[in-house]
Design a protein around this ligand. Structure first.
Ligand code: HSE
Length: 301
């Protein structure tokens, strides 16, 4: 018996919502097929990803779920990567989300959304060095998500239908432990006034999603804490941001831990113009630009 699930790419943080906000994007998808075997865990993939279960996102999720739910049979995991790895597009999260959803179906576990997110989050350890649930929550549930962790509780809001995004994925070589590196440059302590500024923008983003107001979302994508600390890791970031804003984007920030840069706009904007402007900003390294929209969550296909 085999089960296949597909999960979307995602952008984390959305500026001021570090480790709390996620948004599923229809830019890329990962597909994971699980098959029952007699014993053990075997990983198959054409992509250049680790095939050892304890080093692979999907492998970690299966290891964890097998133990947690006392599943005795073996599992073969076939991974088709669509989400580019190491660019801040939630690549490991997409594999983890598809794996958790496929495992749930295959062994008829009927897990709740929070349980699925908890299982998928285990996979993040493989790439990020720590568990954070923003990307996996978006990949599992789809739409816009708010993550609370003590205890884990994910709130999903369906995004406005006119929200458009443009992601510029620079052709940079990223270090293997990129997320760990980019988490290492964030200040351990922050000013109360900076925290207040970020909190007000984060609150406005949530209000924007609830009111289906893409303009409010876009203009609130402003982060004065994490973005300034990380931007030096992305050559060309400030030009890309300036160019996108000049071309009409409402807000621009680093996608997750980077190095991709994401611009927020609406259907009324000239998305091709924003895409070209971002591309020109990354002229040093070159980049791929993807115009995309929010996506639904992981599903069995
Ligand atoms: N919130 C995480 C970070 C996302 O910014 O480090 C990493 O994918």
């Amino acid at each position: 018996m085999s089960v296949t699930a597909r999960a979307p790419s995602s952008t984390a943080n959305l500026g001021p919502g570090f480790d709390v906000f996620g948004l599923a994007l229809d830019a890329f998808y990962d597909t994971v097929t699980l098959s029952r075997t007699k014993s053990g865990i075997k990983i198959i993939s054409d992509s250049s990803i680790p095939l050892s279960p304890s080093k692979n996102t999907a492998g970690l999720v299966v290891q964890y779920m097998k133990k947690k739910f006392s599943v005795k049979s073996g599992v073969e995991i076939k991974i088709k990567k669509g989400v580019p790895a190491g660019y801040g597009m939630g690549s490991s999260a997409a594999s983890a989300a598809a794996t958790a959803v496929a495992f749930d179906k295959m062994f008829n576990l009927r897990l709740s959304p929070n349980q699925l997110v908890e299982c998928a989050g285990v996979g993040e350890r493989a790439s990020a060095g720590s568990i954070h649930y923003d990307n996996v929550s978006a990949s599992v549930l789809g739409g816009f998500v708010i993550v609370r962790t003590k205890p884990l509780d994910v709130i999903k809001i369906v995004p406005p239908s006119d929200l458009m995004l443009c992601v510029a994925v620079p052709k940079l070589k990223t270090p293997p432990k990129k997320t760990e590196v980019s988490r290492g440059v964030i200040p351990k302590q922050i000013n109360l006034s900076d925290s207040v500024t970020n909190l007000s923008n984060a609150a406005a983003i949530v209000a924007g999603f609830l009111k289906k107001d893409s303009r409010l979302i876009g203009t609130s994508i402003q982060d004065i804490i994490v973005e300034p600390a990380r931007q030096h890791l992305i050559p060309g970031f400030s030009t890309v941001k300036k160019n996108a804003l000049r071309a009409g984007a409402l807000g621009v920030t680093i996608s997750g831990a980077g190095p991709s840069v994401i611009a927020f706009a609406t259907k009324k904007h000239d998305m091709q113009k924003i895409a070209k402007a971002m591309s020109a900003g990354f002229s040093g390294t070159g980049c791929d630009v993807i115009i995309c929209r929010p996506s639904g969550g992981a599903k069995i296909v």
